[in-house]
Ligand binder design. Structure first.
Ligand code: BTN
Length: 328
């Protein structure tokens, strides 16, 4: 989303129930009324419920709301997650911010959200595209009592929780690509999960679970390298409330995290398999020791992926990037 579009959206949010005229918006941002109208159409096109009424101007309906801690917490069915919350307009990375707060003693469940990240972090050192108003950029601090070796599977559990919450609150069926990318039915990625941990020997001090979900955003709003690869949940005419989605997400995560603490990934394996789009395909896995091509056979109770190579050898993959349909 362009900066100016984000600003127009913000101006409409601030106006609440009031209509804002095209002239007022044009003057505020130094653009013509026609240019304002084009930006409004683009926002409508990505699912923002904006009413346009002749001689009155524009008004944003409730579902295109600004993120506010009180509104999120008011409908939150959790006792720990999201009970302490910070919502920022701009931050470099919510993971970085939450990590620093956790080092300073932030409690379990502390949640950081931002409208925009200027240096959003993805897996494998990649940047995460996080423009204003485009999605949900959220990090949650967890202080589990289980040992370090059980931390990696927590993000697989989170993929199941987030996929279920998206289905419940946004009505979109997403699939899981191993280990924890969420994809639209057409294969474009809508959500990534990055967990970062602080540990001493075998003991976890805390984990920051970072979740990025593209909610709004058209193909052309993504940078060229992400077009065709990244997608968004909202469709024109079926707006999604980020507040409701965050409430659903935190509720699911809290319930699943409790089960995970007692039973481990075993309790989620079936759910993960049901949602997965990786198994039974020929894939390439990019590991630190190079690329391997094979058939994705199964995942085990540790969340590891078992790949059968052309020579019939079974290899256990613990950390890698999966590439679908290599060579096609
Ligand atoms: C991936 O590469 O798939 C993981 C992306 C994780 C992005 C989220 S957005 C909120 C949180 N803050 C960050 O800097 N990254 C995570």
């Amino acid at each position: 989303m362009t900066e100016i579009r984000g600003e127009i959206l913000q101006a409409l949010r601030r106006a609440g129930d009031r209509f804002v005229s095209g002239e007022e918006l044009g003057q505020r941002f130094g653009i013509s009324r026609t240019a304002v109208w084009k930006h409004i159409q683009a926002l409508q096109g990505v699912g923002y419920p904006i009413e346009a009424v002749r001689n009155r101007g524009y008004r944003l309906r409730e579902e295109g709301e600004e993120l506010r801690p009180e509104a999120i917490q008011a409908g939150l069915a959790t006792s720990v997650l999201g009970r302490h919350m910070t919502v920022l307009e701009t931050v470099d990375s919510t993971n970085r911010y939450a990590f620093a707060e956790a080092e300073g003693g932030a409690p379990e469940g502390y949640t950081v959200l931002a409208e925009r990240q200027t240096a959003g972090r993805g897996r494998r050192g990649r940047p995460w595209f996080s423009p204003p108003g485009h999605g949900i950029w959220m990090s949650v601090v967890l202080r589990p009592t289980f040992p370090v070796f059980r931390a990696p599977q927590l993000t697989l559990m989170a993929a199941v929780s987030v996929a279920e919450a998206i289905r419940e609150r946004a009505g979109v069926s997403v699939g899981i690509k191993w280990p924890n990318d969420l994809l639209l039915p057409d294969g474009r990625k809508v959500c990534g999960i990055l967990s970062e941990m602080s540990a001493e020997a075998e003991e976890i001090r805390f984990i920051v679970l970072g979740i990025g979900i593209n909610v709004f955003g058209r193909e052309e709003d993504f940078p060229p390298e992400l077009r065709g690869v990244a997608g968004s949940l909202a469709q024109p005419g079926s707006p999604i409330s980020r507040t409701a989605l965050i409430q659903g997400l935190l509720g699911r995560l809290e319930a699943d995290y409790r089960i995970y603490q007692n039973e481990g990934f075993r309790a989620f394996r079936e759910g993960w398999e049901r949602l997965n789009v990786s198994l039974g395909r020929t894939i390439a896995v990019q590991t630190q020791s190079g690329q391997k091509i094979g058939w994705a056979r199964r995942i085990d109770d540790d969340g590891a992926l078992w790949v059968e190579t052309d020579e019939g050898r079974l290899e256990k993959i613990i950390s890698a990037e999966v590439i679908f349909d290599p060579g096609s």
